[in-house]
Design a protein around this ligand. Structure first.
Ligand SMILES: [Mg+2]
Length: 218
């Protein structure tokens, strides 16, 4: 074997070795420990984190030039409303029948920091629009729940219709923001939501990302 060939094979071997050692296995934790950590996060750290996110969000809004069409888009689940009681009762699992029962009971409480943010925006004359991945069959129950939780002065609640099935949350939500901007004449100054899919895809300025260690929606 020539020196060139030997160095070629040594090179390939080194590359394979580096590749092998650089790809770490995914971090796996014990499920009961993970659930305990999530419960502790919500018991001891969630409120403090939410307080500081909302204080910062209010500062950002105050720096903007507002117009009469300025609007802020709110997500519903784990943003305006908390489903923590459902999550605990179902051991952090999604059970469709139980979830539907929970939605139609209309008893999800407001997340207090988000309600405070909503009150501040309303007092500044900013319009509030809810966009949620909940279905149109859940529209009335969701509307009632929002009102019961104290969100009484919003412009619109937009739920997912049959046309929206098959779209990702990001596609659905950004498309609705585009329609609100182009067809309805709103100027969307920000989005508040617990998933990145509440914010991505344009037609927003301030992105208020809230924590969610319960589930992820793309
Ligand atoms: Mg949400």
């Amino acid at each position: 074997m020539t020196d060139k060939k030997i160095s070629f094979f040594v090179g390939i071997f080194l590359l394979l070795f580096i590749f092998q050692t650089s790809s770490q296995p995914p971090l796996v934790v014990n499920l009961s420990e993970a659930k305990k950590a999530v419960k502790e996060y919500y018991a001891y750290r969630y409120n403090e984190e939410m307080d500081s996110i909302i204080i910062d969000a209010i500062q950002q809004v105050k720096q903007l030039n507002l117009s009469k069409n300025s609007a802020f888009v709110f997500d519903v689940d784990e943003t305006a409303l908390s489903n923590f009681e459902y999550e605990i009762n179902n051991d952090f699992g999604y059970v469709k029948k139980e979830w539907d029962k929970w939605v139609f009971a209309e008893k999800a409480p407001a997340i207090k920091q988000v309600k405070q943010f909503y009150d501040t925006l309303i007092s500044m004359g900013i319009k509030v629009i809810f966009i949620t991945g909940r279905t149109e069959e859940q529209f009335q129950a969701t509307y009632n729940n929002l009102v019961k939780a104290g969100y009484t002065k919003f412009d619109t609640l937009i739920c997912r219709t049959k046309e929206d099935f098959g779209k990702t949350a990001k596609e659905f939500k950004s498309q609705k923001r585009k329609e609100l901007t182009i067809q309805k004449g709103y100027f969307i100054i920000g989005t508040i939501g617990d998933q990145w899919s509440d914010h991505e895809g344009g037609y927003t300025i301030i992105k208020v990302k809230l924590p969610n260690y319960l589930y992820k929606v793309d």
